[in-house]
Design a protein around this ligand. Structure first.
Ligand code: G6P
Length: 614
């Protein structure tokens, strides 16, 4: 999704803006641009279709110099990815540019606004919804003569989602930014200020950030910033130091962020458990001080999420119903938010999100708040994100920043957090301590076991060769492993572009078996649980049709390795940890297949890390 960086400083900001864009590349985009106020007072811009490197080349041919600027990576929504549609957009009088603006989000009422401006004689040079804002702010400046007030007046007319940054020719040391529905943070430096879609974009210059609230408009000066809330009243937004940022921003010795993030899992799983287990139980205070009062009243759970986070919710459903005895529904946010819902009494509404900014998940939370739920809980990886701020209870996953578009460590830490939550609910319901104790002991083994699974990497890499020439793959699992099969298929699709589907193994005979032949590899996840014997029968069905099988099995499972049956044995583990640990070989498999196919592993085509528009 689009990325924004802005800077007001006393030093030249061109390189800071470019580096910020490079750090936002992981979000996904198809063009990039920058606008700078030059020492002669002119606003100038450079834009390029394609990667940030193309913008860099344009800038080295024709450099820009100045200490006030904004930059953008655009993920096309309104209008194709052309240079004319790339941001920044400008507004001015004839050839003189008065202001430049970058935008992330979608303005839903841009058409009537554009028609009105065109009727007044305004000339548009792009097909974007964004350009409307540039012209509206220019017009508003003629009345207000103050950029902050002008932006505030314009954003109050907008419907939809936006994060914007604006600079004006006549305000050499001011950068105005605003947000509603799309993320934007302020970075506080020494005698300079920045804004960005994501703190990662600004880590090169600061580790102190202020998070804007919905509807806020802010003006950044050299040595301070001021914020107006949606009602136009001055408000304070605290500046918070971000501790773990720096290590996340580099690949270290790894070839890709995705591989680094897969290998970080033992550590981040340990971080997610840290301070949350005590003796033989979990500490419900991990959910915030209100949790103790709320959890005992929960009679139902509704989980809503998107993508990989939705798969985590699907696993949690099995756990919550079995271990806490609480009925649980799970739904993708884009469906849930537009449906007439019937909310059973005392239902806890849970969102799961790595970023905390996914547009559909956030909209689902806002909708849910009007539907009479008992309360809301966000399981999220980004402190200060919209979802975290707007939920009653929060449970942080401590995965650290995830850069690879294909989610890996965020997923396994979400599962870990969901197992902790399930145990907290179980404790609140006063259910038998022995099972809780057993799972708490299991959880303590999780980081070590995860490392042992990672040690199978060479074996998994060898298997990946069988996939490089294939066009389709089928993933099978039962029970909690069905969502893991879905997640395995999603990973393979996302980064290797191989069409992959996942089925609950029991559904094989109801359709997918028709597809099985020697060109359709079948991947099965086979932990040592109650459903193992049933899964083995399903695998026989595949073998009998000449299908090539790749089985990830618990070490105690007896499935013979042969030319058509490739078996990778995982260490002995409890069934509770199996969904978390069986995810890891599927991540590695997708990674190695993508390497063989030569795809862009960290930034797969057409995909975005953070989907902040609908
Ligand atoms: C995008 C990402 C996925 C992610 C999904 C939900 O599609 O590419 O990796 O699972 O959004 O994101 P969230 O931040 O809400 O977990």
């Amino acid at each position: 999704m689009c990325g924004i960086v802005g800077a007001v400083a006393e030093r030249p900001v061109g390189d800071i803006l470019l580096e910020g864009l490079r750090r936002l590349e992981y979000r996904g985009y198809d063009s990039a641009g920058v606008a700078i106020r030059e020492p002669n007072g002119q606003l100038s811009r450079r834009r390029a279709v394609g990667k940030v490197a193309a913008l860099e080349a344009a800038l080295s041919d024709s450099p820009l110099n100045g200490s006030l600027g904004i930059a953008h990576t655009r993920w096309a929504t309104h209008g194709r990815p052309t240079q004319a549609n790339a941001h920044p957009h400008m507004a001015g009088d004839g050839d003189t540019n008065e202001l430049a603006l970058v935008h992330n989000g979608i303005i839903e009422n841009y058409e009537p606004l554009r028609r009105q401006l065109e009727a007044e004689g305004v000339h548009f040079s792009s097909e974007t919804d964004t350009e409307v804002m540039a012209h509206l702010i220019r017009r508003s400046m003629q009345t207000h003569h103050d950029l902050l007030q002008a932006v505030h007046q314009v954003v109050s007319q907008l419907e939809g989602a936006y994060a914007i940054a604006v600079i004006h020719r006549d305000a050499p040391q001011q950068l105005v930014c605003a947000r509603k529905g799309s993320p934007l943070v302020i970075g506080a430096g020494m005698g300079e200020h920045f804004c960005g879609s994501d703190p990662l974009a600004l880590l090169q210059v600061t580790d102190r950030f202020a998070y804007l609230e919905e509807g806020d408009v802010a003006r950044l000066h050299l040595d301070h910033f001021e914020v107006l809330n949606a009602q136009g009243q001055p408000v304070e937004r605290p500046v918070i130091r971000w501790e773990h940022g720096h290590q996340a921003a580099s690949k270290g010795d790894f070839k890709h962020f995705m591989l680094k993030e897969i290998h970080e899992q033992p550590q981040v799983l340990a971080d997610t458990l840290e301070g949350r287990l005590a003796g033989d139980h979990v500490l419900p205070q991990m959910l915030g001080s209100d949790a103790m009062a709320l959890l005992p009243s929960v009679k139902q759970v509704q989980i809503v999420a998107c993508g990989t986070s939705y798969h985590a919710g699907m696993v949690a459903r099995y756990w919550i119903e079995r271990l806490a005895g609480v009925p649980c529904q799970v739904e993708v946010a884009s469906e849930y938010r537009y449906r007439q819902v019937v909310v059973p009494e005392a239902t806890l509404f849970i969102t799961i999100s790595q970023s905390g900014e996914t547009a559909d998940t956030l909209a689902a939370l806002r909708f849910a708040k009007t539907q009479g739920y008992l309360g809301s809980l966000a399981i999220c990886n980004v402190p200060g994100s919209s979802l975290m701020r707007e939920s009653d209870l929060t449970l942080m996953t401590h995965a650290g920043p995830e850069i690879g578009v294909a989610s890996t460590k965020a997923f396994t830490t979400q599962l870990t957090a969901l197992l902790l939550l399930t145990l907290a609910l179980r404790q609140a319901k006063g259910l038998d301590d022995a099972t809780t104790r057993e799972i708490v002991d299991d959880l303590r083994q999780l980081p070590t076991l995860c490392q042992q699974v990672l040690d199978l990497d060479t074996q998994i890499e060898r298997l990946s060769a069988a996939f490089a020439e294939k066009h389709h793959a089928l993933f099978l699992g039962r029970g909690t492993q069905f969502p893991i099969a879905l997640e395995g298929a999603l990973k393979l699709k996302e980064i290797s572009y191989i069409h992959a589907e996942a089925y609950p193994a029991g559904e094989l005979k109801h359709g997918p078996l028709a597809l099985v032949d020697r060109d359709m590899p079948v991947i099965a996840v086979a932990p040592n649980d109650d459903l193992l014997e049933k899964l083995k029968s399903n695998l026989q069905e595949v073998g009998a049709r000449g299908g090539e099988l790749f089985v990830f099995a618990d070490h105690a499972v007896t499935i013979a390795d042969s030319e058509q049956h490739h078996v990778v044995k995982l260490p002995a583990m409890s069934e509770w940890l199996a969904p978390i640990l069986f995810t890891v070989p599927l991540q590695l498999l997708s990674y190695h297949v993508a390497i063989l196919k030569g795809t862009d592993v960290d930034q797969p085509r057409n995909l975005a890390k953070s989907v902040t528009v609908e």
